[in-house]
Design a protein around this ligand. Structure first.
Ligand code: COA
Length: 415
């Protein structure tokens, strides 16, 4: 079966996490992704957080599937000539260098566009134009500057970052959408364009509901669905809300059977208004259905803590999976807190290709997250990440270089 992005060639100058997430998605949709790495060194993540000596790390392998790797010294004059040829023959160039690195390399946007007016130049940067435009940025910096950290954590605790890589992988996702959109526009205009996804902007986009709450707070001085209500006075900015749901339906993390020993014996429980009657029946508080203190969502808001304490008395008598089964029968929205171990062993995730086992010539078999986006006419087959420079000769030959030229460039350590 053909792939959605078949025929699209990507010149992939990305490294670490944000950019590679983006180009991996494009590769999964069928694009030919040529990852350009520094000769001898490669993407720094190949050697970071290693679990097997001398094998590419899981950090690298899990972000660079389905790509080809070439080495190229873009600071060498001959390397620059090769780069010009690559730019001519690619549809998209993706990079997440520190600000200004492409210019310093001698390839500002104007020059790239002059070499190939159809090319799309897609960049991840920490910040958009403004006071911090020149700053280098990693994941947690983006979480802090995009509004996630100030709104995450316990109500009386310090700002907290989340394990979900919303700054890196989140921005990679945004960039991928920008690229396919620019490719779509190119169909009509014949021209490429610049695509920018700033990590601060992407995190803020994912924290949209907190900017909603900021404005509600400024208007009404109170956020009734937050755990601070009604005891604690609100300040000027949206506070951290612990595990409160963030939406219009109150929610909480509740203990389940075995919580004393198992750090993940918990369930997320949402007291959705539509199933309030069912919740009362399940926990044995049927009079709450008509009791004016509990009968409506508005009436329940000041008693949320007490309500969740009572529901927890019930969840503590069930394992998280038993509770999930019972609650699902009544359409009560809930979710067990799954550990990474449980997720890795989940057969249904293996069957859908969301968790895949990949074989690697140096490290052997390992698990990875497959393509989370499923296209019915463009299925994803996850193939292993490339070794450093594995495809240099192959790609150079495809670009029109002869065997002698390739040998010369190799001897001169340009590739
Ligand atoms: N041949 C020769 N030189 C190369 C090269 C190649 N194939 N590929 C990269 N380089 C050079 C660059 O030109 C740059 O040189 P310069 O500093 O002299 O201009 C240098 O390698 C390093 O690039 P840089 O991006 O600055 O790497 P870094 O390790 O110092 O910084 C980041 C890493 C992630 C902090 C930085 O790249 C960054 O802020 N990126 C944007 C935001 C981002 O994506 N962050 C999330 C990462 S998950």
């Amino acid at each position: 079966m053909s792939k959605a992005l078949e025929g699209v060639r990507i010149l992939d100058f990305t490294h670490v996490q944000s950019g590679p997430t983006c180009t991996q998605l494009l590769a999964w949709f069928g694009a030919d992704v040529i990852k350009v790495e520094k000769a001898g060194e490669g993407d720094a993540t190949r050697g970071q957080l290693r679990d097997i000596p001398d094998a590419d790390s899981l950090y690298f392998t899990m972000l660079n599937h389905n790509k080809r790797s070439i080495t190229l010294n873009t600071k060498d004059p001959k390397g620059k000539e090769v780069l010009v040829n690559l730019i001519k023959q690619c549809d998209v160039m993706v990079e997440n260098f520190a600000p200004g690195a492409l210019d310093r390399m001698g390839f500002p946007w104007e020059k790239i566009q002059e070499i190939n007016p159809r090319i799309i130049l897609a960049s991840v940067k920490g910040f958009g134009p403004g006071p911090y435009v020149d700053c280098k940025v990693y994941e947690n910096v983006a979480q802090c500057t995009g509004g996630a950290a100030s709104t995450t954590g316990d109500p009386d605790g310090v700002p907290m970052v989340t394990g979900a890589q919303i700054g890196d992988s989140g921005t990679g996702l945004h960039l991928a959408l920008g690229i396919v959109t620019a490719l779509f526009q190119r169909e009509k205009t014949g021209r490429g364009q610049k695509v920018l996804a700033a990590m601060q902007d992407s995190v803020l986009n994912l924290c949209r509901v907190k900017l909603r709450d900021q404005q509600r707070l400024e208007r009404t001085r109170v956020l009734k669905e937050y755990p601070q209500y009604p005891e604690i006075e609100f300040g000027e900015a949206v506070p951290r809300a612990g595990n409160a749901s963030g939406g219009g339906q109150p929610g909480a993390v509740l203990k389940c059977k075995g919580w004393q020993k198992d750090p993940n014996a918990y369930i997320y429980f949402i007291t959705q208004a539509a199933v309030w009657g069912a919740i009362c029946k399940v926990i044995g508080e049927e009079d709450w259905i008509t009791n004016p203190h509990f009968a409506t969502p508005e009436a329940r808001l000041p008693h949320q803590k007490m309500i969740f304490d009572r529901i927890e008395e019930w969840t503590k008598t069930k394992t998280k999976f038993e509770a999930m089964d019972i609650l699902n029968e009544f359409d009560i929205p809930c979710g067990p807190i799954l550990s990474m171990k449980e997720i890795a062993e989940d057969q249904s995730l293996r069957e859908t290709g969301t968790i895949v086992e990949v074989d690697h010539p140096v490290r052997g078999k390992y698990l990875s997250v497959g393509n989370p986006i499923k296209l019915s006419d463009s299925p994803t087959e996850v193939t292993r990440s490339p070794l450093l420079g594995e495809h240099t000769a192959e790609v150079m030959a495809q670009m029109g270089y002869s065997a002698e030229q390739i040998a010369e460039l190799k001897a001169a350590r340009v590739i």
